[in-house]
Design a protein around this ligand. Structure first.
Ligand code: SF4
Ligand code: SF4
Length: 167
C-alpha cells in the first residue's frame, strides 16, 4: 500500500458520518446489505494486496477494479477506504476536490438519502482532505475521476428519467 493510500485511509480511521454510531439507527445496513456480501465494495488501487491474505475476505475482479466481499463485520483498522468514506465520495472537479453523496449509497443508507447536511462536518472535511491526498498520486486521481464520471452519468440519467433533484 503506497503512502498516499495509507494517509487517506488514516484520515478516515476514526471519523464517522455521525459522532455517534449511525449503524444503531439502521441496523448497520451498509455492512449487512447484499452490496457488501454479494456485490462487494470497490477497492482503491493498491488495496487488494492488503486483503488477499486476510481471513474473511474474498476478492473479485470487475470492470471498474477489484471488489472486496466480506462477512458483514470488521474492525475499523481493516475497513477498506470505500467503507471509510461511505456514504460520501470525493469528486474531482476543475476547481478541486469536492464531496458528494455517493449515488451507490442511496438505496442502502438513510443518511445518504437525507444528504450531506445529515452528516458531521468533521466527516465531510475528512473525506474532502482524503480526496485531496489521493489526487497527489496519478493512479488514485484517475480512479477518483472514473468514479466522478460514473456519478455524473448516473445523475444525468436520474434527471432525465427519474426526476432526481440536482445535487
Ligand atoms: S447504512 Fe448509512 S447510516 Fe447505516 S451504518 Fe451505513 S453509513 Fe451509517
Ligand atoms: S468491509 Fe467491513 S465496513 Fe466494509 S461492508 Fe464489509 S464489514 Fe462493512
Amino acid at each position: 500500500m503506497n503512502d498516499v493510500l495509507r494517509r487517506a485511509r488514516a484520515m478516515l480511521r476514526d471519523v464517522t458520518p455521525l459522532r455517534s454510531d449511525c449503524g444503531l439507527c439502521c441496523g448497520h445496513r451498509c455492512c449487512a446489505s447484499a452490496e457488501a456480501e454479494a456485490t462487494g465494495m470497490l477497492l482503491f488501487p493498491g488495496e487488494a494486496a492488503y486483503y488477499a491474505e486476510r481471513m474473511g475476505y474474498t476478492l473479485r475482479e470487475a470492470k471498474q477494479g477489484t471488489l472486496l466481499m466480506c462477512e458483514g463485520s470488521c474492525s475499523r483498522e481493516e475497513r477498506p477506504l470505500a467503507c471509510r468514506i461511505f456514504p460520501l465520495l470525493p469528486v474531482v472537479r476543475e476547481d478541486g476536490v469536492k464531496v458528494a453523496v455517493d449515488f451507490r449509497a442511496r438505496s442502502v443508507c438513510p443518511l445518504a438519502r437525507q444528504g450531506r447536511s445529515a452528516m458531521s462536518d468533521e466527516f465531510i472535511h475528512a473525506v474532502r482532505e482524503a480526496g485531496r491526498v489521493l489526487c497527489e498520486d496519478e493512479v488514485q486521481r484517475s480512479f477518483l475521476l472514473m468514479l466522478t464520471h460514473a456519478q455524473d452519468e448516473w445523475k444525468a440519467l436520474r434527471r432525465q428519467f427519474g426526476g432526481e433533484r440536482h445535487v
